[in-house]
Ligand binder design. Structure first.
Ligand code: DAK
Length: 259
């Protein structure tokens, strides 16, 4: 697909994906979902990729689902739209490599949900977050009632969902919605620094760790540990395990290939 809204830039093993629709504060419509899906599916086939940074152009990360597109929906279209958004967010959440949200500005409604589908959220001091759907007479549709409660606990999630309050980056950091806040000009450099650190590690091990956490938080501790043991065993079938342990013993840096 020819992406016109979702822009892809590469810096070595790192991909920077930007939702670039600033005139609508990067609001999510069917076109944006199609382009996000297409970009992530292409990236999934790239063996040199190690991490993705997801951000927005202009003053918003993403200011929500596109209210103008949704306004005339009936229940059938609304359900289809919610399912579409959920499937793209699951694609990002389960993407083989880490996806870091670089929250540059407003992350509201569907934008907060998109940020939550990423592995962690580094935010500009200027960022703001919230689930203001109640102002529009709707509930969140892309996992906001589910991921938010899992991330910040049910009380904070209920507070945000019931009041629709838009909170500062500092408050989002306090409740665990954001993981770190930095000066605006430091946002991309900091995300690149984290992504580049990740890129030097064993890629299979990073990927398995991501999946073990994602699966484990939804499972019992015993089931999660079973899964963890299986993935640990699988890493011993990789070249990277031989390389990582040999490098440690020989006191030299490891060079991982993802094989
Ligand atoms: N959708 C469409 N256009 C948007 C938008 C959005 N979410 N947010 C902003 N825009 C547009 C504005 O309409 C304006 O366009 P023009 O009027 O210039 O044509 C342009 O972006 C610039 O916005 P403002 O002029 O309003 O900029 P300000 O700096 O004054 O205000 C703001 C920024 C973020 C505080 C304000 O724009 C705002 O309140 N935006 C709406 C935020 C919001 O309510 N987000 C949640 C959206 S609802 C579901 C599926 C999905 C969902 C729910 C259910 N089902 C199917 C069940 C998800 C819902 C949402 O995400």
């Amino acid at each position: 697909m020819n992406s016109t809204i979702v822009k892809l830039e590469r810096q070595g093993a790192i991909a920077i994906v930007t939702v670039d629709r600033p005139e609508a504060l990067n609001a999510l419509n069917l076109r944006v979902f199609a382009e996000l899906e297409s970009v992530f599916l292409d990236l999934a086939r790239d063996p040199s990729l190690r991490a993705v940074i997801l951000t927005g152009a202009g003053k918003a990360f993403v200011a929500g689902a596109d209210i103008k597109e949704m306004a005339d929906f009936g229940p059938i279209q609304a359900r289809a739209f919610a399912r579409r958004g959920q499937s793209v967010m699951r694609l990002i959440e389960s993407f083989s490599h880490p996806v870091i949200a670089a929250v540059n500005g407003f992350a509201l409604g569907g934008g907060c949900e998109l940020a939550m589908a990423c592995d962690f959220r580094i935010a500009s001091e200027k960022a703001k977050a919230g689930q203001p759907e109640v102002n529009l007479g709707v509930t969140p549709g892309f996992g906001g009632t589910q991921r938010l409660a899992r991330l910040v606990g049910r009380s904070q999630a209920k507070y945000l969902l019931f009041t629709g309050e838009i909170i500062s980056a500092e408050r989002a950091l306090q409740i665990g919605l954001f993981d770190e806040i930095v000066a605006p000009e430091q946002l991309l450099p900091r995300c690149l620094e984290i992504a580049q650190t990740i890129a030097t590690k064993g890629p299979v091990a990073v990927s398995y760790s991501k999946h073990a956490i994602n699966i484990g938080v939804e499972a019992t501790l015993a089931q999660g540990q079973e899964y963890e043991a299986e993935l640990f065993a699988q890493t011993f079938a990789t070249q990277d395990q031989k390389e990582g342990m040999a490098a440690f013993i020989l006191k030299r840096p490891a060079v991982f290939t993802g094989a």
